[in-house]
Structure formats: structure tokens, C-alpha cells
Design a protein around this ligand. Structure first.
Ligand code: BGC
Length: 796
């Protein structure tokens, strides 16, 4: 058999096996090659010709990655990289940025090493490279794959100019627990939204051709289920059923692989007792045999060496387990570089395992065109040009979620603000802090480019704007820590507001509020210190004295607009009860101030929707709308059980409602959208038709959406389904479609969604995606509380 047939053999076996399982199993479980470029003969011929010439040490050299710049994790190895590069023992480098630095190592590898194999330079590009866009969770709030593509295109261009060919992005982990700081890097709680955006991240970065001069390869992370860390504590174990794993957590990774992702990153966590970075079920059976993944897997930072801490063996053992499970490259652990060769020589590890890993890495290098164009042409220094700012502002405008805009007696709704606003007091530790507004993990982004809220509101209001910081971001002593903290090198140092005496600062803020007609409060948490990796929290309120500040300013009786700046859903119950207008602004990037002002003044009508539920209390976490049913549903959950139904012995909390404070999909506009009764094109469909891969869609569901207000606006129309009679219980609601629709005042648009296997399937107890006879309840609307309802029957 030829090599390529051998590569496809597992898929063929699976295909044949599943074909015998009858109509219950849909053929769409079988994936074609994940990336045609990586599977191409041209690439593979070049790989095989090179492999033939390589020594064992040179092959292992392709499987190691070193961090030669700053460190993004513990224990960087500090080796003599120049010498290693000359010997062909540096397959990849991370944290080396810029044409000069990357070309330095590349010249050594290409000109001095025996086989002239170029180094692959990878970098964390999380929400923009030099131009900082809103954080990924904010981007998810846009529900706009095109906006994500704007970000990825710009990031790819800027990264390429800095010699970067490979980005450690996107993070597509489902995140249902905001205690986990990395929720900021995610697309939130939902697998459907997460998958749609995962595809956009991948295609934006890679386009349809890895070798284009403005393409970069992605590394989809962190495979798999890293977002389900127990208790929201970073790096913690995960434990879940295979059905939940596949139906919820794996879906966005599967979508990313389907979109052609060139590499995946194995995660730190263990899953059901087996560390993922040594887990053949995840890294080989699912990723390669089922999904047909053709790229390579890099470990997360030091994750191979950390397998020792997981207590599954000593160094040589864990390295063997990792490479045999399917981790092809060891990121900054240097275990592969030191312990694999001896084990191959003593036949503990088959040589074919190393060959296959090297083959996968080289395949990506060839597909990227790295052998043909290994160097980077130096370009003029980066500048945040007006064009880049226009892009960043446009994207940020789409990410701000208007949570609340209740009328105030005698004034009406506070937002949008008008010229009549009078004197405005802008108060809060995040109102004028460039570093904090830049957001967590902003990579090469620079705080000096950030337009703060204070700057942007001053542009509009001149001396009618008053400002006070109000308090520090963290409790006193921790503020001191924050001043001195250094995360990702020097990025965090020296950019923070001066230390404040909180009581005095609150008193000054209250005095300022009293002198003004309206207050804009900018509160949240420290992005530099409390968001992103290694930033779990056990509480979810505003940090430091901010809650005191909020209550003290509220006691003045002045109308207040609260702008929440945070990389996670915070617990803002008090504010939701007492403050009339609340805007969830996340970390909006370099155009932070302008974007917030655009929404506050109504130049832009808010359209964003929550990608993750905001809790009433931290004890509800993990909180998400797509819960499984219970035999004792309580009021306040999505099943809307009436309050008088014997509340004591129901599945509920005694002190807060089950429901979210603001649920998934929620977000207001300055106009109103009304929905008609939805209709389904067919009342019932035979199950055989749904299972037949020839039919992508077996029916459509449609609804008329009208802009019933007086200003133009964009609505994110959302489709939710509930399977009411499956052999395995199904969530009370699941998102299965969405569309952004822009409507002029008075305009009506008919919006339709397909219904087919992709929308209707679930995993049965035998772990097959299937559809059974049942009735699907269907809702359409502007959030997960959608009420316009219809149904579709699937019959024998
Ligand atoms: C993170 C990854 C990141 C890697 C390289 C790890 O600590 O978990 O998301 O890509 O470091 O910086």
C-alpha cells in the first residue's frame, strides 16, 4: 500500500465499520482530510525526500521548541540556541519577535545546519498582534464571524512583518465558569457559537493557502476540555462524560479542524484521569482517526515535562507516553530533546513514531512555504495608523453589550446620552488607565496607543467632563503588588495609576458626582493581574474598594451609567438592582474610549449579545443556559415552572434564583425588535431523511423580525431547539443558528434557518451522532429567553 493509503487506513476502517451500523449512524461522522494542502502529493513528496536524509537527532530536533525571548510560563530552558540552531536541533522557537531576531536564528538554521531546515517561529497572538483589538470573549459578543476575520487578517499581516509564521490562537475551549481567568481568551459557553467563531479564526489567519505572504498557521488550543477545569482553578483536572465531552467541549475543536487548522496544542489538564498530553484517545483516536487531522500537535508550555507531576512516570516514561499518544512537538520542556533518542536506540520507542512526528512537523513547514521563503524583510517600525484605528474601533463598536437601560423618573432612559447631558462626572480606576484597558495577554500591543474613556469623553464634552479615579483596582496591599508585578516580561510594570488612599479617593469622587448632572462609572477588575492565564478568582465582584465606590456614588442620587470593564462575566447583582444603565464593555483594545463613547452617545446602536451568562452569585457557577433537565425543575430556570409548584423540594437555591442575572444571548439595543409567530416549512419529517447525508436541510424555520423603534439597529436573531424525547436526555435549550440582521426603522425582514442533521443530532449512549423520532421545540428571538415558538416532529 502506498504511504498515503496507509495514512488514510484508519479512516477507511472506521468508514467501513460505521457503514455496517445501519441508518442510525450518519456518515457525516467521517471527515475528509482536514487540510488538502497538508495532504497534497507535492508537499508529501518533499517531506519524504527530506526525511530519508535525516539522522535520528535531526528528526528529534524538529520536535522541540524553545523560548528564546521572554517567557510565557515557568522554567524557560536558557540553552545555547545559536549552537543548537546550527546543529539543526531547533525545530521551532517561541517568543522570538521581529525581523532582526527571527532572521538571526533563521540564518543559522538555514545556512549552517547540515540539511538547511528552517525554524518555525510561533507566537501568542491573542487579540491582535501590534494593533490590539477587543479580547476574544468580547469578539464573541459580536456574534460576527466577519469581525473575527477582520482581526485575524490584520493580526496575520502584522505578525508576518515580525517574522511570525505560526500563531498560538485561537483558543476555542468552551468556558462555562468565569472563575477560570482564561474565559477571556474564549468564545464563551456555547458550542454552536464557539464553532462558528472557531471557523472564522482559522480561515482568517490561514486563508485558503498557508503559503500566501499574509497567511499564518494556527494552533488551536487547548485540546481538549481545558476550559472545564474543576472549580474554575487554572491547570486543574477535568472530569466529564464522553457525551458531554463530544457534544459540548469538542465541537469547536472539531469545527477548527474541519476548517483546515494546521496545528493543535495539547492541553495541561487531565481528562477523566488521563493527562491530555499523554492521551491517545484524544490525540490519536479522535483527532486523527475520526477527524482526519493532517497537521501536528504541539504540547502546551512544558506540558510534557509536567506529566511527571501528574504522577504517570519519570522523564523518559512521560516523554514516551506523550509522543506515542500524539504530541509531536515539545514546547519549552526540552524533554524530547534529551530523552527520546536513547529510547529509540534501545527500541523502547519505535523509530517510526519519531519519523511520523517529524513528518507532520515538516509537512506544515513545507505547506507554509518556509523552505522557499525562510526570512522576513525588515519593515518600518509599527505605527497605529488611522486605518488600523478605524478597523479596531469598528470591531470594538460591535462588542459592547448594553445590559440594562431602564427609564429614570423624570428623565427617561439615560442612554444614549445627548448634548443635554450637562456636566458628566467620569469616575473609576479603569476610566483613564491605558495599560489596564489594553486587556490581558496583549502581546506586542502597547498601552501608549490606547484611547482611554477619559480622553474620548473629553473629545466630546470638553470641560463639561469631570474626572476622578475613585479608588484603586485592588485592595491596598495588592495595589502595591500590581504596581510591581511583571507578567509577560516588562509589560505590566509602570503603567498603573498611582497608589490611592481609597477612603479619600471615594470622598473626592462623591464630591465630584454631586457637582455633576450625570455620572459615568468605569469599574471592573485588573486585566493585567486578574485576567487570562493563571488568573482564577474565587469571587466575582468588582475588586478592591470599587463596590464601596459604586454604592457611595449611587447614594448621591445622581443618574448613573455603569461601564463594566472586565474579561469575564462579573457578579454585578447590586448594580443590576440599583443602577439604571449598564454597559458590558469587556477589554475593548486600543480604541476602548472611542468605542465606549460611540455607544454611550448613540453614534453606534449597540448590537452585541452575551456569549456567557452573568451570574447572580458566584455559587451558581458553572452557570450556562444549555442545562440538562432535572426531575424537579424550579421556577426561574429555563423550564419556567410556576412558583407555586412545591418550591422546597425542587432543584433550586434557597437564596437566589437559578437563572442568570443576564443570560446567554442577552443584549439590548436603542431600538426594539419584534418577532412574529415562527413557521416551519414542514410540520414533520421522516427520520431516515434527516439521517441521509444527501440532505443537508430537511426543513426550514422562518420568522419575521421587525424594527419597531425609531432608529436603525442590528439584531442578532437566535435559533434555539429542544429535543423533547431523546434516548439520552438533552439540554433544555441549545443554540442552533444565528444571523445578524440590520434593519431601518419600521423595516421587517424574513429570517430563515435550515434544519437538518447538523442542527438536530445528538450523541446516543453508544457515542454515535444520531437523530431519533421526537419533537423539537423551536424558539426564535434575541436571547436564550426567546419566546416566539414553534415545533418540528421527526417521525419513523
Ligand atoms: C499557555 C498557552 C500559550 C503558551 C505559549 C501556555 O502557558 O497555556 O495558551 O500558547 O503558554 O505561550
Amino acid at each position: 500500500m502506498t504511504r498515503s493509503l496507509l495514512r488514510f487506513a484508519p479512516r477507511l476502517v472506521l468508514f467501513v465499520a460505521l457503514s455496517f451500523l445501519g441508518p442510525l449512524v450518519a456518515i457525516s461522522q467521517i471527515q475528509p482530510a482536514s487540510n488538502p494542502q497538508l495532504a497534497s502529493k507535492q508537499v508529501n513528496d518533499r517531506v519524504e525526500a527530506l526525511l530519508q536524509q535525516m539522522t535520528l537527532d535531526e528528526k528529534i530536533g524538529q520536535l522541540v521548541q524553545f523560548s528564546a525571548g521572554y517567557a510565557t510560563g515557568p522554567g524557560a530552558s536558557n540553552l545555547k540556541y545559536d549552537e543548537l540552531a546550527e546543529r539543526g536541533q531547533v525545530g521551532s522557537m517561541i517568543n522570538v519577535v521581529g525581523a532582526e531576531a527571527t532572521n538571526h536564528y533563521q540564518h543559522l538554521a538555514v545556512e549552517k545546519s547540515r540539511l538547511h531546515i528552517p525554524i518555525l517561529f510561533g507566537l501568542d497572538v491573542i487579540h491582535g498582534h501590534r494593533t490590539t483589538f477587543p479580547v476574544p470573549l468580547a469578539l464573541a459578543a459580536s456574534w460576527d464571524p466577519a469581525a473575527v476575520e477582520t482581526v485575524t487578517r490584520q493580526s496575520a499581516l502584522e505578525a508576518r512583518a515580525d517574522g511570525v509564521r505560526w500563531v498560538f490562537s485561537p483558543m476555542v475551549d468552551i468556558a462555562r465558569d468565569p472563575r477560570w481567568g482564561r474565559i477571556i481568551e474564549s468564545s464563551g459557553e456555547d458550542p454552536y457559537l464557539g464553532s462558528a467563531l472557531a471557523r472564522a479564526w482559522v480561515t482568517g489567519y490561514q486563508q485558503d493557502d498557508l503559503s500566501k505572504p499574509d497567511s499564518v498557521a494556527v494552533s488551536v488550543k487547548h485540546f481538549a476540555a481545558y476550559g472545564a477545569a474543576i472549580a474554575g482553578r487554572d491547570y486543574n483536572a477535568t472530569d466529564m462524560s464522553e457525551i458531554t465531552l463530544r457534544q459540548v467541549y469538542l465541537e469547536p475543536y472539531r469545527a477548527a479542524v474541519g476548517a483546515g487548522a494546521a496545528t493543535m496544542m495539547s492541553s495541561f489538564n487531565s481528562l477523566n484521569g488521563i493527562p491530555v498530553s499523554a492521551n491517545p484517545f484524544i490525540l490519536t483516536k479522535i483527532l486523527r482517526d475520526e477527524w482526519g487531522f493532517d497537521g501536528f500537535v504541539v504540547s502546551d508550555w512544558g506540558a510534557v515535562a509536567e506529566l511527571i507531576n501528574h504522577s504517570i512516570g519519570d522523564g523518559p516514561t512521560v516523554a514516551r507516553k506523550a509522543i506515542e499518544a500524539g504530541v509531536d512537538m515539545d514546547m519549552e520542556g526540552n524533554l524530547y530533546g534529551t530523552v527520546i533518542a536513547a529510547q529509540v536506540r534501545s527500541s523502547k520507542i519505535p523509530a517510526s513514531v519519531v519519523d511520523e512526528a517529524a513528518r507532520r512537523v515538516l509537512r506544515v513547514k513545507f505547506a507554509l512555504g518556509l523552505f522557499d521563503h525562510p526570512y522576513t524583510t525588515p519593515t518600518p517600525a509599527y505605527d497605529a495608523t488611522p486605518e488600523r484605528r478605524v478597523l479596531a474601533r469598528k470591531v470594538a463598536d460591535e462588542t459592547l453589550v448594553l445590559l440594562k437601560n431602564d427609564p429614570v423618573a423624570g428623565v427617561g432612559a439615560l442612554l444614549p446620552l445627548t448634548a443635554k447631558a450637562g456636566k458628566v462626572a467620569l469616575i473609576g480606576p479603569l476610566a483613564d488607565n491605558q495599560r489596564e484597558l489594553l486587556g490581558a495577554w496583549s502581546g506586542q500591543g502597547e498601552a501608549k496607543y490606547v484611547v482611554t474613556l477619559r480622553q474620548a469623553l473629553t473629545e466630546r464634552l470638553g470641560d463639561k467632563l469631570l474626572y476622578a479615579p475613585g479608588c484603586g483596582l485592588l485592595p491596598g496591599e495588592d495595589n502595591q503588588v500590581l504596581q510591581e508585578a511583571s507578567f509577560n516580561g516588562a509589560a505590566a510594570v509602570g503603567h498603573h495609576a498611582p497608589l490611592l488612599d481609597d477612603s479619600q479617593a471615594i470622598a473626592e469622587a462623591v464630591a465630584l458626582a454631586k457637582k455633576s448632572d450625570l455620572v459615568v462609572l468605569a469599574l471592573g477588575e485588573s486585566s493585567a493581574w486578574m485576567e487570562g492565564e493563571a488568573s482564577s478568582r474565587a469571587t466575582l465582584g468588582f475588586t478592591g474598594a470599587q463596590q464601596q465606590l459604586l454604592q457611595a456614588v449611587s447614594a448621591t442620587g445622581k443618574p448613573i451609567v455603569l461601564v463594566v470593564l472586565a474579561g469575564r462575566p462579573l457578579e454585578i447583582s447590586w448594580a443590576a438592582q440599583h443602577i439604571p444603565a449598564i454597559l458590558e464593555a469587556w477589554s475593548p483594545g486600543v480604541e476602548a474610549g472611542h468605542a465606549v463613547a460611540d455607544i454611550l452617545f448613540g453614534d453606534v446602536n449597540p448590537s452585541a449579545k452575551l456569549p456567557a451568562s452573568l451570574p447572580r452569585a458566584v455559587g451558581q457557577e458553572p452557570l450556562y443556559y444549555a442545562q440538562l433537565p432535572t426531575g424537579r425543575p424550579a421556577h426561574g430556570d429555563l423550564s419556567h415552572m410556576p412558583r407555586d409548584a412545591g418550591e422546597k423540594f425542587m432543584s433550586r437555591y434557597m437564596d437566589v434564583d437559578n437563572s442568570a442575572l443576564y443570560p446567554f444571548g442577552w443584549g439590548l439595543s436603542y431600538t426594539r425588535f419584534t418577532y412574529t409567530q415562527p413557521t416551519v416549512s414542514r410540520a414533520q419529517v421522516p427520520v431516515g431523511e434527516v439521517l441521509d447525508p444527501a440532505h443537508k436541510s430537511v426543513a426550514t424555520v422562518g420568522v419575521d423580525v421587525k424594527n419597531s423603534g425609531s432608529v436603525a439597529g442590528t439584531e442578532v436573531v437566535q435559533l434555539y431547539l429542544r429535543n423533547t424525547a431523546a434516548s439520552v436526555e438533552q439540554p433544555v435549550r441549545e443554540l442552533k443558528g444565528f444571523a445578524r440582521v440590520t434593519l431601518a426603522p419600521g423595516e421587517t425582514r424574513h429570517v430563515e434557518f435550515p434544519l437538518g442533521f447538523d442542527q438536530l443530532n445528538f450523541y446516543n449512549a453508544d457515542i454515535h451522532r444520531t437523530v431519533e423520532p421526537t419533537t423539537y421545540k423551536i424558539w426564535l428571538g434575541g436571547s436564550s429567553l426567546a419566546t416566539a415558538e414553534t415545533a418540528l416532529k421527526v417521525v419513523e
